[in-house]
Write a protein that binds this ligand. Structure first.
Ligand SMILES: Cc1cc2nc3c(=O)[nH]c(=O)nc-3n(C[C@H](O)[C@H](O)[C@H](O)COP(=O)(O)OP(=O)(O)OC[C@H]3O[C@@H](n4cnc5c(N)ncnc54)[C@H](O)[C@@H]3O)c2cc1C
Length: 282
């Protein structure tokens, strides 16, 4: 199918882009176009105006600032996966970005687009929740910072206002003593996840903690720390026990391809691996 008629603007400055978003009744930002273009072709989205942000300088790249990684919204998945700062300070983010779709999608898709699109099966919303990332959303009114946990409302729905644009993502650095795990289960390489899980384990000088996020099983990714039994890094059987407890309690929905019971079994196996990986790396 072809998209419905739309107008197109490619501003070269933030102020121009924000004015277009503020003025139009039904404008949409287009970044990598890897989700919006197919949705427009299928007429699931019919914006009146596309505001292409690819020509605005300063929206991509990764830097360090006050104990955090600051990632421009237009940073492509492939650049995130290969970036030395991300690999050093948030390796779970680099790894997860490298598992998104296929080569061509990773070259064009952006972190801002993935977060704004809010697919519950997507890698970057899941990992941003795990890492307690903060998202800067800019409009002609100014900048609003949104905790990742407050961004994703439900399927393809965020708390962003139509006039707001994600401009950067701030990810607290993982200090030494942190280990990570990320796994997804999909039907074919490059497909969206049917089930996904990511964990961070901290284990240093008598202090231990674990964070867990689950994706693809409900209408939005979510933190599942409170489903875990008390963490004991000395107990080799803890990942097996924790995986069984979390999989049993997790709110798993049926989807068109797999019944919830099957997905629960898959989740349990993934969780055990994710928790073991994170403990081993801590
Ligand atoms: C075949 C295929 C397989 C895929 N597989 C996966 C996968 O396995 N995992 C995965 O996570 N993704 C997958 N994707 C999606 C892909 O990663 C997209 O890149 C991503 O979801 C959207 O990023 P984008 O930059 O292309 O956004 P776009 O398509 O340009 O936009 C998506 C949405 O976000 C909004 N938006 C974009 N940028 C901003 C911004 N800065 N501020 C506010 N709103 C914004 C747009 O208005 C639109 O609503 C796949 C896509 C395809 C086509």
């Amino acid at each position: 199918m072809k998209p419905a008629r739309f107008s197109y603007a490619a501003p070269t400055s933030m102020s121009e882009a924000l004015a277009l978003l503020a003025e139009s009744e039904d404008a949409r930002v287009i970044a990598g176009g890897q989700s919006l273009a197919p949705m427009m072709n299928m007429r699931l989205a019919q914006p009146e105006l596309l505001v292409d942000i690819n020509r605005i300088d300063g929206l991509s790249g990764v830097g360090l600032d006050a104990g955090s990684l600051v990632i421009g919204a237009m940073t492509r998945h492939a650049d995130l996966a290969g970036n030395a700062l991300v690999k050093a300070h948030a390796p779970v983010l680099a790894y997860a970005a490298g598992t998104i779709g296929h080569y061509a999608i990773r070259q064009r898709g952006t972190i801002g687009g993935s977060l704004a699109h809010a697919d519950p099966a997507a890698q970057l919303p899941l990992v941003c929740m795990l890492l307690d990332a903060r998202i800067d959303a800019t409009s002609s009114e100014g900048v609003r910072t949104i905790e990742a946990a407050d961004l994703f409302e439900t399927l393809f729905t965020t708390t962003l206002e139509p006039s707001e644009m994600i401009t950067s993502i701030c990810v607290p650095l993982l200090e030494p003593g942190h280990g990570w795990g990320f796994r997804l289960f999909n039907r074919r390489a490059g497909d969206f996840a049917e089930v996904s899980a990511a964990a961070i384990v901290f284990n240093r000088e008598g202090e231990a903690a674990v964070r867990l996020a689950l994706g693809a099983i409900a209408s939005a990714p979510f933190r599942a720390d409170d489903l875990l039994p008390e963490f004991d890094p000395q107990d080799a059987g803890w990942p097996t026990r924790a995986a069984a407890i979390v999989a049993e309690a997790a709110p798993i929905e049926d989807n068109a391809r797999m019944p919830a019971d099957y997905r629960r079994e898959v989740l349990q196996a993934l969780l055990e691996d994710v928790l073991r990986d994170a403990m081993r790396r801590a």
